[in-house]
Every structure is written in C-alpha cells, then in structure tokens.
Design a protein around this ligand. Structure first.
Ligand code: ATP
Ligand code: MG
Ligand code: FE
Length: 342
C-alpha cells in the first residue's frame, strides 16, 4: 500500500510517500521557523496562510521526486490533531480533497502517534511492547505501548512540556526560536558545575514531570547575572544552557529508568523534537544500560515534525481498513489514549 502523508499541525509543512512493502519512498519538509522567528514564537494565522501556499507544491515535488503519478497512490494520511486548528484545517481539507479527487481513502492521524511510531522508520526498529517517552514542544509523556492504538499513560508533565521549557529558557537568554537546538549547541561550551539547577520531582515516587520550576530557576539565574554585570556574556549563556540541559536530561533519564523498572519492559522508545538532543540520547543510553534497557529513536529530522511519520502511522491504520468519512474535522485537543487499537 502506497500512502501519501501530510503534516501541517504547527509550523512545518511535511509531505512524504510511504509504501508498506518498500518503506519510505520520498519526503520533503518546509519549515516556517524563519518567518515566526521575528515574533519569538509561532503566529497561528501566519502558519495557516503559509501552509496554504506551500502544501500543494510540496505534494507535487514529492510525487516528482519519487517518479510517481497520483494513480499509484493508494491512500492519503493527514494530521488531524492535536495542533493549531487553522494549520490542521489546511492539511485536513487538502488531504480530503485530494483523496476524493483521486478516489482513494483518507485517514486522519494523531500527531503524537506519528511521533511515537517514527523510530520504526529506522533500520533496527523497536518491537511491541515498549515504553515510549514522548518529548516535544507540547508534550512530555511516558506511555506504555502494547501495540498500535494500545496506549496507557504512565505519567506526564503537570505543567510545561520539556521542549517548551527549552524554548522559554532560550528566550530568556535572547536566543532564536525554537530554542532547543540553540541551548543544545551552547551547552557544549558550558562550564560544568558553575550552576546547579534542580531536578524537579525526582525524589517523589511516580512518573509525573514538572518543568515550570526550572524555567523560574533559569529566569532568576539570568536576572542575577544581569543585575551584577548587565548583559549576559556568551560564556554565561553557555553555562546556563549546560546547567539547564543537564537538569532536564537527568530528570527525564531518571523517570525513564523508573518506567522500565515499573513495567518490567526493556525497550524505551523516545520520540518528539527533544529526542533529537544528543546529550539526552547519551544519558538515556547510559542510565538504561544499567537496568538492561535499550533505547530507540528516530534520525534527527524525523524527531521534529515531518510528513514521513504521518505517512507511516497512517499506513499502519489504513492497511487495517481504517478510514475517515468526508465530514472529518481537525481537533486541537485529542488524548492519545482515545485512539482505537488496530
Ligand atoms: P507537539 O509535537 O507536542 O505537538 P511540536 O510539534 O511543536 O509539539 P516537535 O516538532 O516535536 O514539537 O518538537 C519541537 C520542539 O523540540 C521544540 O520545543 C524544540 O525546541 C525542541 N527541540 C528540537 N531539537 C532539540 C534539541 N536538539 N534539543 C532540545 N530540544 C530540541
Ligand atoms: Mg515545529
Ligand atoms: Fe510535533
């Protein structure tokens, strides 16, 4: 089955072709980051308008790149939610219209299921069951995954998502949006031990997270330096970035290890934008090796939003006969645990 996947939930237009026999055939991404950068974050209306401009040409370019005509496409998968409603609307309506015109089924995919399954596009994919750590701009969740659509929430952030905390900490240091990759890069030059940030909620049992305190801690550190010397120097930023990243990464690693111990599972799959973080990968591999655990993740470009993950997740469900009717609507909020099993 050859599936065209469309992702437009936020500020990335992603399109891909996934074949159930041959794997990923083509994928393309257009990121709006530069456009939103001057506002310090995503402006929803601008995001929708840009998806309108970019989506159809991107679909055409993916088909051309693969040397495939629309007659060969068996189904269309698109992100139905969660995300920005206007942005989702563009992908949903385009996907539905195309599927109708081509006479093929269409299916709305859950954006976080897309992230969650993205590591399965790699050469050594994880096998069910496993524990998933979803760490993105809007989510920080530990999920027990017994199969597609068989998801049990083990714990999640009570406030900010990890990626959101990275972005907000970066903003406090006047780094561009999204801040995660900038913090990660700066952290490499940071002096270990100059600052020690708290590890929120690790001394409590359970698998919940909280990152808003870390954000306040970052702000107070920035303000204290500004008060003492005025503007932050590059080295100050690097030292804060280092301390911040260590705190987030260690907190995530502790909870992941706990989740494996609690469930008795040996495989941890991490997905979402923050899973691109190399320090997190390193730390998780170390922490989980101690309990005989193995970590799986996607290549960096499939950690953040992309069309390939939607084509892949959609293909699994479409193959099982699932499809949506013409009246489908995008949904801004949609718990992962509401998805049906296949
Ligand atoms: P969601 O998937 O929850 O709806 P989203 O789609 O906005 O949110 P993603 O695209 O999965 O989120 O990921 C974007 C987030 O990942 C941003 O917060 C960004 O700062 C963060 N991020 C990307 N690369 C890195 C990195 N190397 N280190 C830390 N954070 C990163
Ligand atoms: Mg994005
Ligand atoms: Fe995402």
């Amino acid at each position: 089955m050859l599936v065209l996947g469309i992702e437009t939930s936020c500020d990335e237009t992603g399109v891909a072709l996934y074949c159930s026999q041959k794997g990923l055939i083509a994928d393309a991404l257009y990121s709006q980051i530069e456009m939103h950068n001057e506002y310090g974050g995503v402006v929803p209306e601008l995001a929708s308008r840009d998806h309108v401009k970019k989506l159809l040409p991107l679909i055409q370019s993916v088909l051309d790149q693969a040397g495939i005509t629309n007659k060969e496409v068996d189904a269309v998968a698109y992100t139905k939610g969660p995300g920005l409603v206007g942005a989702l609307m563009v992908g949903t309506m385009t996907a539905r219209a195309i599927a109708f015109a081509w006479g093929v089924p269409a299916l709305g995919v859950h954006h976080m299921e897309g992230h969650l399954l993205a590591p399965m596009l790699e050469e050594t994919p994880p096998e069910f069951p496993f524990v998933a750590l979803l760490v993105s701009g809007g989510h920080t969740q530990l999920v027990q995954v017994d199969g597609i659509g068989q998801y049990a929430l083990l714990g999640e952030s009570l406030d900010d998502a990890a990626g959101e905390a990275f972005d907000k900490a970066a903003k406090m240091m006047k780094l561009p949006y999204p801040g995660g990759p900038h913090i990660a890069r700066l952290a490499e030059q940071g002096t270990a031990g100059r600052f020690k940030f708290p590890r929120p909620m690790v001394d409590r049992p359970g698998l919940e997270f909280s990152f808003s305190g870390l954000k306040t801690y970052t702000l107070n550190t920035v303000l204290a330096i500004e008060k003492a010397q005025g503007e932050l120097e590059e080295q100050d930023k690097a030292d804060i970035a280092h301390a911040f990243q260590e705190a987030v990464v260690e907190t995530l690693a502790i909870k992941c290890r706990r989740a494996l111990e609690q469930t008795g599972m040996k495989q941890l799959v991490m997905a979402g934008g923050v899973s691109a973080n190399t320090r997190l990968r390193e730390k998780l591999e170390d922490a989980l090796a101690k309990v005989g655990g193995k970590v799986f993740y996607a290549r960096p470009e499939f950690c953040t939003d992309n069309g390939a993950m939607i084509a892949f997740a959609g293909c699994q469900r479409l193959k099982a006969g699932q499809q949506d009717d013409l009246a489908v609507k995008p949904v801004a909020r949609w718990p992962l645990t509401e998805l049906p099993a296949i």
